[in-house]
Ligand binder design. Structure first.
Ligand SMILES: Cc1cc2nc3c(=O)[nH]c(=O)nc-3n(C[C@H](O)[C@H](O)[C@H](O)COP(=O)(O)O)c2cc1C
Length: 356
């Protein structure tokens, strides 16, 4: 039995295997619109055999973009192009999912290949927002501290985005609460210095995320899964810890969240992260065992054997791959062959299917 290729049913949605396309910003949109690049990029990975294809961090408001080139879902006009993509993914027997995001104090930057520079307002950038008015680091904007009515507006924007995602044909939503973007900025005591009901205690710092979850669950069908990506550790003394993550996951489970996708880092710069194959898998394992929620493991998962071991030993319920799926969009088809497990190939490609 090959565990990596066993289906996983979450609510009414069945993933045909455990391999998921991790969200990856493409910095290739204009005004938030998906285009042919997104169609081919996401479509190829569905052809390649992934069970669930998650979009890049998709901004729920224009100011929630990391760069002016991020994918967005803040207006109804965005839906049509996205629908074309979900139709294609679904036709490949894969599930289309969308990561919903707000970049908070790490917004208004240029594309990585143009230097990841702060874009000033005079050149089309915008004022960033955060729980507290503390910049992330050098070459980052000093963010505006959100008022409570402004927080409520953002919560409403997440819910409105979920409605559009549903219309566009997505069947899974992942809330991006990791990597030092807005929701993560509320969670971590390193970036959240508020003294109102959204700051201070653990219960107050998770309030923004819980209110977003409740607002999304109000409009997102009970039959469809809801994931949350977290940074399970800030990798920094005085920051968010894996124990906090287990505690949060237990609460998320009670709030109708189905799966916690366990990444790490991003809240503060210049921390030492011991990046090596599978380095974040222990977070997934701790959260899974400590809270009983389904989890995803991500981070330098690069071989079929490694992915199989993670699922077989109960360290995670799914694996999310990013860079390996950029190197090889057909990784799932290749993994099945290397693990000696027969899965259907797209009929158009069947003549290339070889036994091991
Ligand atoms: C090009 C690129 C873009 C990314 N964009 C996002 C994103 O939009 N949302 C997110 O949660 N993570 C993003 N990530 C992080 C990945 O989803 C993943 O967590 C990370 O790359 C580690 O997995 P890997 O070792 O398989 O690449 C991005 C990574 C890459 C390489």
């Amino acid at each position: 039995m090959v565990h990596l290729f066993q289906p996983l049913k979450i609510r009414d949605i069945e993933l045909k295997n455990r391999i998921v396309v991790s969200p990856m910003c493409q910095y290739s949109s204009e005004d938030g619109f998906a285009n042919d690049w997104h169609f081919v990029h996401l479509g190829s990975r569905a052809v390649g055999g992934a069970a669930l294809v998650l979009t890049e961090a998709t901004a729920v408001m224009p100011e929630g973009r990391i760069s002016p080139f991020d994918l967005g879902i803040w207006k109804d006009e965005h839906v049509e192009q996205l629908q074309r993509i979900t139709n294609f993914i679904t036709a490949q027997d894969a599930i289309p999912g969308m990561q919903l995001a707000h970049a908070g104090r790490k917004a208004s930057k240029s594309q990585p290949w143009t230097g990841d520079k702060l874009i000033p307002r005079s050149e089309g950038g915008w004022k960033t927002v955060a729980p507290s008015s503390i910049p992330f680091g050098e070459d980052y904007d000093k963010p505006h501290e959100l008022s409570v009515p402004e927080i409520e507006e953002i919560i409403d924007a997440f819910a409105a985005a979920a409605v559009r995602a549903l219309t566009a044909g997505f069947k899974v939503i992942e809330i991006h609460a990791a990597h030092g973007y807005l929701i993560n900025e509320f969670l971590s005591p390193l970036s959240n210095k508020r003294e109102d009901e959204y700051g201070g205690s653990f219960e107050n710092r998770i309030r923004f995320l819980l209110e977003i979850i409740t607002a999304i669950r109000d409009v997102w069908p009970q039959s469809y899964p809801l994931f949350v990506r977290i940074s399970a550790s800030d990798w920094c003394a005085g920051g968010w810890t894996v124990e906090d993550s287990v505690k949060l996951a237990t609460i998320l489970k009670e709030h109708d969240v189905d799966l916690v996708d366990c990444s790490s880092g991003g809240v503060v710069p210049n921390v030492k992260i011991p990046a090596a194959p599978g380095y974040q898998v222990p977070f997934s394992e701790a959260v899974r065992k400590g809270s009983g929620i389904l989890t995803g493991a991500v981070g330098i998962i690069i071989t079929p054997e490694q992915a199989e071991t993670i699922i077989a030993t109960g360290q995670a319920d799914i694996v999310l791959l990013a860079r390996e799926l950029l190197r090889d969009p057909y990784f799932p088809l290749r993994a099945a062959r290397e693990l000696d497990y027969d899965i259907p190939w797209p009929v158009q490609y069947e003549r290339a299917k070889r036994k091991k």
